[in-house]
Design a protein around this ligand. Structure first.
Ligand code: 5GP
Length: 175
């Protein structure tokens, strides 16, 4: 198994800053709640939150998807819900990567039931090839066609999350 550098930490930093400024200006004057999806979004989430430059509450959800090592099965359940109220507040949901779209679709459904004023989706990586359900991605860090990426929160079998850059996994690896 080999890894090839795909997105440098400088490129990530630049893009996070741009996304944060876009999110801040789109939500000016609103009560903002950033909701991170554990665990993959942790580093993206914490960098984004600190670049915002406007007040925001933070909360987290965690979804379990019973799939293989590198893909979700489509059976997604929320195993940790948010603790703050989002009623009449604007939510930005922050995810590491959208692939089939099933994980985000499930979490968006759950959050909508809580009557937020608005709900936007921000993803670090939008992977287009295997999309099964349409997900409106309002803020997108990087687009890739296919492949399997790790680093900056993204894992393969719980490894590589704490790398500062994003790498493409190459070669034969169990999926
Ligand atoms: P979806 O439900 O959109 O198919 O998949 C979302 C989840 O699958 C992500 O939160 C992530 O855990 C995992 N996933 C999908 N593609 C990749 C990838 O390229 N790299 C990593 N590390 N995880 C991925």
């Amino acid at each position: 198994m080999q890894m090839q550098l795909l997105i440098s930490k400088e490129a990530i930093k630049r893009r996070v800053r741009e996304l944060a400024s876009q999110i801040a200006s789109d939500h000016s004057g609103r009560e903002l709640v950033l909701v991170g999806i554990l665990k993959g979004a942790v580093f993206f989430f914490s960098d984004l939150a600190r670049e915002l430059g406007v007040p925001a509450r933070i909360d987290f959800v965690r979804a379990a998807s019973y799939g293989s090592l590198s893909t979700s099965s489509g059976t997604v359940t929320l195993i940790k819900d948010i603790e703050l109220s989002v009623e009449n507040r604007s939510v930005v949901l922050v995810e590491d990567i959208v692939d089939t779209g099933l994980t985000l679709a499930c979490i968006v459904e759950e959050l909508k039931k809580k009557n937020p004023l608005s709900l936007k989706v921000c993803v670090l990586v939008d992977k287009l090839e295997r999309r099964k359900v349409e997900i409106p991605v309002d803020y997108c860090g990087f687009r890739i066609e296919s492949g399997f990426v790790v680093g900056y929160g993204l894992d393969y079998d719980e490894q590589y999350r704490n790398l500062s850059e994003i790498y493409a996994l190459q070669g034969d690896f169990p999926t």
